[in-house]
Design a protein around this ligand. Structure first.
Ligand code: GUN
Ligand code: ZN
Length: 446
């Protein structure tokens, strides 16, 4: 039995905050602690209470005065795009053809996929993200590399091979049957192994024929335990192209609805140009719209209308969408979300932001029993945040007078430097991984 008592200013959510300072939505312990036993949380509360539960041999990790929160969750990004972030000058369809479909061809080489998977997982952890839902490339080897790297770190990760059988270079196309067979084999190999969850991943309507959509429908009905992920209504040219390929569909959302793909395990990236009818379909089916602000700004896609999702009762989550997204940091992502909503006269309060990065995203994934909060029995995936990590932040923090203000500074000015430590199933990962990256750099230049 191994026990760790993690001490600091502990913050964890119990519900979605309603309003600017809804203190019923979270628990905050100024001198708090989380007791971890064999990778799970035993209990969370004041240090005085929790230390009484710890055995004599418990290790104490004293992070005061830093904040201790549940690890961040990213609900949409692309592992093969790790080295394609910051590709210049194009909107979605041109960007995919010019940069992304070139980059993803490199993942036919298992050694390349393995090397990128290592860096991808370390980058997530360095930014405090302990669970993510990612697209792999079309190559099954990329999925093996992805889940192997996650497993080596003990991370709860969601992923799947993209299926695409048209409108992509030949080297990146599968066929409807091959996409089905390979996905089936990968689900058998990975889903439920350790902390791995499989996501059935038809990339989007443009790159899948009706035959591939039918195969996706079969996979979803044969594997209701799996996630499903795709892209929806990100860019005006994309919407026009997708709907022209499925003239019988009422609109873009109806393409996926007709193939029975919309359910509460479906994650739909972007959802910018949806009608009220389409958002209402998401509300009825429980499918989740995924807001990716850095990507939507970088690719010039448009502005996600959160208030309309809330008004129509549809679920939504937050994500980086690396490499259309420009940062692995959920702090930077929420900073941009704040601005995107502000442009539309909408507010994102500091407590809402931190709820979204943690419990909110866990609820969107239906994984709130395991991740997203520090309740007894949860996985001990934990992030430690230093709100004075950068000189300009430290200086700004001197004038902060409330927790809400501190959180807003962290979100607006923070990045990976604000992440002092990250625990995966109770094991500290950040310091060690920093050393690994440094060693790897020396190796690469030797
Ligand atoms: N739509 C289809 N594929 C992609 C992708 O890789 N990134 C983004 N942002 N949108 C997509
Ligand atoms: Zn995406």
């Amino acid at each position: 039995m191994t026990e760790v008592l993690i001490r600091g200013r502990v913050l964890t959510f119990v519900a979605e905050p309603q309003g600017i300072d809804d203190s019923a939505s979270y628990h905050y312990f100024e001198d708090g602690a989380v007791l971890v036993r064999d990778g799970k949380i035993v209990d969370t509360g004041t240090y005085a209470d929790i230390r009484k539960l710890a055995g004599a041999n418990a290790e104490i990790a004293d992070h005061r005065p830093n904040l201790v929160l549940p690890g961040f969750i990213d609900t949409h990004l692309h592992f093969p795009q790790t080295q394609a972030i910051a590709s210049y000058g194009a909107q979605l369809l041109e960007w995919l053809n010019t940069y992304i479909f070139v980059e993803e061809q490199k993942f036919a080489r298992a050694a390349h996929a393995a090397a990128v998977a290592e860096r991808f997982m370390d980058e997530l952890l360095s930014n405090g993200t302990t669970t993510a839902a990612a697209y792999c490339s079309v190559h099954p080897e990329s999925v093996d590399a992805y889940f192997a790297a996650a497993e080596a770190r003990g991370m709860r990760m969601i992923g799947g091979k993209v299926m695409m059988d048209r409108n992509a270079p030949e080297a990146l196309r599968d066929t409807a049957q091959q996409g089905y067979d390979e996905t089936k084999r990968l689900i058998e190999k990975w889903h439920g192994r350790g902390r791995a969850h499989y996501a059935i991943s038809p990339r989007f309507a443009i790159t899948s024929t009706p035959e591939q959509m039918e195969m996706s429908q079969a996979l979803v009905s044969e594997h209701p335990e799996c996630f499903v992920q795709t892209h929806l209504s990100e860019n005006r040219d994309e919407v026009a192209f997708a709907t022209s390929l499925y003239p019988e569909a009422k609109d873009y959302t109806d393409i996926y609805a007709r193939y029975g793909l919309l359910n509460e395990r479906m994650l739909l990236g972007h959802c910018i140009y949806l009608s009220d009818r389409e958002i209402s379909v998401l509300a009825e089916t429980g499918a989740v719209g995924v807001f990716c602000p850095t990507s939507n700004l970088f690719l010039g896609s448009g502005l996600f209308d959160r208030d309309r999702f809330d008004r129509l009762g549809a679920r939504w989550s937050m994500a980086t969408d690396v490499g259309g997204g420009t940062s692995f940091s959920m702090l930077e992502t929420l900073a941009e979300a704040y601005k995107v909503l502000h442009l539309q006269g909408q507010r994102l309060t500091p407590f809402s932001s931190f709820y979204r990065m943690t419990l909110g995203n866990a609820q969107a994934l239906g994984l709130e029993q395991h991740i997203g909060s520090l309740h007894s029995g949860a996985d001990a995936d934990i992030v430690v945040l230093d709100s004075g990590a950068k000189p300009a932040m430290e200086y700004r923090m001197r004038t902060a007078t409330s927790l809400a203000e501190e959180l807003f500074i962290l979100q607006t000015m923070g990045d990976d430097r604000s992440v002092a430590e990250v625990y995966v199933a109770g094991k500290p990962k950040k310091a060690k991984d920093k050393a690994n990256v440094a060693r790897q750099r020396i190796f690469e230049t030797a």
